[in-house]
Ligand binder design. Structure first.
Ligand code: KG4
Ligand code: ZN
Length: 353
């Protein structure tokens, strides 16, 4: 089956066409992403109103390009999928309404995809990863450890109680006068810094749940920076290196606990999978490899372009749901908040392919 997917929940306007074969394999026919980073950079973060307007302006052209590059025509589509949340509501409305219009005009099924579910299922598009696997999702808006047991079947093992990891990177960068988005800048600075110079905390380490807390770490960093202000270039590099090391160690500790909870509740995971922009960070990747190695499983890391927000993941999640007969009425509402536990699952458990 062939599905068009639309993503507008944050600051990327994206559309893609993806094919799913009957045996569950995926192929990306086109994947067009337009980042709004430059429009938000001067504000040091995403401005919802600017984002929504920017989506309206470019979405039609992005969809046309995705259809064109895929050599697809609307009549040949099997479904139209859009991220219906969670995310910035103005943007979500733009993408979902557009998908509804296309579905209505061309008499195609609509699939309202949960953005987090799309991140969770991407490893099946890229690597045909079998269920059940453990997902570490870390982006600017989300930090979660999840059991991915089947389409629509997710077990939340842990999450952040305050800032997302990407958000902590972004705030650290802002504090140190580096650009937006902060993650890549902090990583670049950290490469020539001393990770041992500042004794930053490892929040939540050793706790029996698999939750994260990043705001204390960010505050500790600010206090260290204030103590030695004005900062030299070497100070900035050392602060970034110490921060990144603290985050990587926290990720290892929290994931070890998350994987332990997974084994207790589900059994052995097939793989450890990562998703979200933060997974592009090499120090964090190394930490993930190490944790996976310790328990004898592999790390599946989709290419960075599919780890960050994109249309292919929405189209793929749409195709996975459509294959199970999970479609949505045109009356489906966009949702700013939409926990994975509230995603509809198949009426009958389906043997995973
Ligand atoms: O998944 P994503 O592209 O967008 C959403 O937030 O949904 O993730 C963006 C986040 C930003 O907070 C960015 O700073 C962070 O991922 N990020 C990184 C790196 N590249 C992107 N964080 C740490 N190291 C990186 N290399
Ligand atoms: Zn995302």
């Amino acid at each position: 089956m062939i599905v068009l997917g639309i993503e507008t929940t944050c600051d990327e306007t994206a559309a893609a066409v993806v094919e799913r074969t009957d045996d569950g394999h995926g192929r990306i026919l086109s994947n067009v992403v337009l980042s709004q980073i430059s429009e938000h950079a001067e504000f040091g973060g995403v401005v919802p109103e600017i984002a929504a307007r920017a989506h309206v302006e470019v979405l039609d052209a992005i969809i046309a390009r995705a259809m064109n590059e895929a050599g697809a025509v609307y009549e040949r589509l099997d479904g139209v999928a859009a991220a219906a949340g969670p995310g910035l509501i103005g943007g979500v409305m733009v993408g979902l309404t557009t998908a509804k219009a296309i579905a209505l005009v061309h008499h195609k099924p609509l699939i309202a995809v949960n953005h987090l579910e799309a991140h969770a299922l991407t490893a099946r598009l890229t690597d045909a990863t079998p269920f059940p696997y453990c997902l570490f999702l870390a982006s600017g808006g989300h930090t979660q450890i999840l059991g991915v047991l089947g389409v629509g079947d997710y077990l939340r093992l842990g999450g952040t109680v305050d800032d997302a990891i990407g958000e902590a990177f972004d705030k650290t960068a802002k504090l140190l006068g580096l650009g937006y988005p902060g993650g890549p800048q902090v990583e670049k600075e950290a490469a020539h810094g001393d990770p041992e110079r500042f004794a930053l905390p490892r929040p939540m380490a050793g706790r029996h749940d698999a939750n994260f807390s990043l705001s204390g770490l960010k505050t500790a960093l600010r206090l260290e920076a204030e103590k030695i202000s004005p900062l030299s270039d070497a100070d900035v590099a050392d602060l970034c290196a110490s921060f990144q090391q603290a985050v990587a160690e926290v990720v290892m500790d929290r994931l070890r606990t998350g994987l332990k909870l997974f084994r207790e509740r589900v059994g052995a995971p097939t793989m450890l999978v990562c998703a979200g922009g933060v997974a592009a960070n090499q120090a964090i990747r190394k930490a993930l490899h190490r944790v996976a190695f310790e328990i004898g499983i592999s790390l599946v890391a989709p290419p960075p372009a599919l780890c960050t927000d994109n249309g292919a993941m929405i189209a793929w999640a749409g195709a996975e749901r459509l294959a199970l007969g999970l479609t949505d009425p045109l009356s489906v509402a966009p949702r700013a908040r939409w926990p994975l536990e509230e995603v509809a699952k198949p009426a009958q458990p389906v043997a995973a392919k």
